[in-house]
Ligand binder design. Structure first.
Ligand code: GLV
Length: 379
């Protein structure tokens, strides 16, 4: 395997390793992908302030995320279908995260179920919840997360309806892939992936077994979501979730100061400033442009997490400088997972850790807790 040096290397490898349908699913943004592009472009526009001849020999990246001690301010965010990027992908990613000492979030739309992952790892992980119209099912997911000793529940609040990702519609995204000539030809060029999948036993949405019609084939993911997810979801339901889940709650998908204030009132432990990786409201501002206003308004009342375009330690530095206490990555670790399973995810985390460490040194900072506006270069 050629030497991998950064997330972009993993991305290129991933593209050649997994069927197009699944690479595209992870890669896509919604509609014209304006917000997807803005997430990256606005991060890149923020310039870091080079400082010299500062003693940076005692660098410390450790902090806490919702009270959990971590060696760097990073967690793996929830990503649907990770188990289609690599055999038992959620287990592989969780193991890599736990080996690195950072949290892993299991998606409701995962391939490995809550119980599969809990049985395969030694430490608690986080569970991400989508609330379906069938509240009994949503309740059962929360109960399963509690039984699996998940240490936090992350409620995604920006996907009551699905923003269309054109490539999923064109590719006919289904799980498992339908036997069509186009898919068969594509899979034939991805033998490593196909062999891995053949040897694995998990090939559909693990958490939805028995719920999504025998749990086997969610034919069109988009149409399934549109019939099952609840467009009536409201802040009242967050109260209901809180009554079911007395543990730590993270609200993911806040992009507006008014919503951030409402999030504080729920008593959640943290909110994630996020536009769902540019996959929902196209035309929304980039996550990084929304972060400073939200951090300023509610940062003293609730812990602020961030996602949206993080591909490097430099990006992590930018988000911390603008008010995040920690960041989630999605695509950045999915590329590693697709490229090399658990090893690839471990590489992705390590690239970002090393880049943050060097970036801190070159900005003259010794501790992540010291990172603030002072590391941003003024024009
Ligand atoms: C679901 O969370 C998705 O973004 O596809």
């Amino acid at each position: 395997m050629a030497t991998m040096t950064c997330i972009e290397d993993l991305r290129r490898r991933a593209r050649h390793t997994v069927p197009k349908m699944f690479f595209d699913y992870a890669e896509a943004g919604s509609y014209a992908e304006e917000t997807l592009r803005a997430n990256r472009a606005d991060l890149e526009r923020i310039k870091l302030r080079q400082r010299v001849l500062v003693d940076v020999s005692r660098r410390d990246l450790a902090t806490t995320i919702i009270g959990e001690t971590v060696p760097l301010p990073l967690a793996l965010g929830p990503v649907g279908l990770a188990g289609m990027q690599h055999r038992d992908g959620e287990i592989a990613a969780c193991r890599a995260a736990q080996a690195a000492g950072i949290p892993f979030t299991l998606s409701t739309m995962s391939v490995c179920s809550i119980e599969d992952v809990a049985g395969a790892v030694d430490k608690p992980f986080w569970f991400q919840l989508y609330v379906m119209k069938d509240r009994g099912f949503a309740r059962s997911l929360v109960e399963r997360a509690a039984a699996a000793k998940c240490s936090a529940l992350m409620l995604t609040i920006d996907l009551q309806v699905l923003g269309q990702r054109h490539c999923d519609a064109r590719n006919g995204l289904s799980v498992p892939p339908e036997i069509k000539i186009r898919n068969v030809l594509d899979i034939a060029t991805k033998p490593r992936w196909a062999l891995g999948m053949l040897m694995g036993k998990r090939k559909t949405f693990g958490n939805l077994a028995g719920y999504a019609r025998a749990g086997t084939n969610v034919n069109s993911l988009a149409s399934w979501i549109s019939t099952q997810f609840d467009p009536a979801l409201s802040w009242k339901d967050v109260e209901w979730i809180r009554s079911l889940w007395p543990g730590k709650l993270i609200l993911k998908g806040v992009l507006d100061v008014d919503d951030a204030r409402l999030a504080v009132k729920t008593g959640a432990s943290a909110l994630v400033v996020s536009n769902h990786g540019g996959r929902q409201l196209d035309g929304a501002p980039s996550s990084i442009s929304a972060l400073p206003k939200i951090a300023e308004a509610v940062g003293s009342e609730i812990e602020i997490m961030f996602d949206g375009g993080i591909r490097s330690g430099q990006d992590l530095m930018r988000a911390l400088a603008l008010g995040a206490r920690s960041c989630l990555i999605g695509r950045a670790y999915i590329y590693g997972l697709a490229a090399g399973g658990q090893t690839g995810v471990a590489q992705a985390i390590e690239f970002i850790r090393k880049e943050l460490d060097v970036t801190m040194a070159l900005c003259g900072v010794n501790s992540v807790r010291e990172i603030g506006r002072q590391v941003i270069a003024s024009d």
